[in-house]
Design a protein around this ligand. Structure first.
Ligand SMILES: [Mg+2]
Length: 174
């Protein structure tokens, strides 16, 4: 199978990084475990929201993300059986192109550069499976669309949904 895997909020913890940067800048103590809905910026006081929306435009934002738990080992195993491509919207944030490529070299070196699609619009993708956290990417995909859970898509039940890489392991390695 050809499997496309998104980066932000699927293998890269961008939500957690928004929270970390917010806590550093505003000396706050927001925690992921207490956040259940919405975008990161929607979980901070209104007077700080416009500032938080700027974070992913800043150089280094996409370099400093942690891999999500299980993503490295499970994806490496899936990639031995299936054709795995990382498919990530990168042209919206031009800094992110280089940062995302370097980040993949560091954390996902088994994903060859030929298997990295840093794109604008994912509706061009043709394959068997797309794993993504955004419904606007999943809705145009003609294969099997799998939504990776994030606070911002809580309540969205239009797609097959997983909340961890351990669930994906069960889906693709059993
Ligand atoms: Mg994403």
């Amino acid at each position: 199978m050809i499997i496309f895997v998104d980066m932000d909020e699927v293998i890269a913890d961008s939500y957690g990084h928004f929270i970390r940067l917010y806590n550093q800048e505003f000396n706050a103590s927001l925690q992921m475990k207490n956040i259940h809905f919405g975008e990161a910026w929607q979980n901070v006081p209104e007077e700080h929201q416009s500032r938080v929306k700027e974070y992913h435009w800043e150089p280094g934002f996409f370099s400093d993300l942690d891999p999500l738990p299980g993503s490295q080992e499970v994806l490496e195993e899936i990639a031995t059986i299936h054709d795995v491509y990382i498919a990530t919207a990168a042209t919206q944030f031009p800094n992110s192109l280089r940062e995302k490529s370097d980040w993949l070299d560091h954390y996902f070196p088994f994903i060859h550069w030929r298997n990295r699609i840093l794109c604008g619009d994912k509706s061009i993708l043709k394959g068997d499976v797309l794993i993504d956290d955004r419904s606007y990417n999943l809705e145009s995909f003609e294969g099997r669309s799998i939504m990776f859970a994030s606070p911002h898509n809580n309540g969205s039940n239009s797609y097959e949904k997983v909340s961890s890489w351990y669930q994906l392991k069960d889906l693709f390695l059993k």
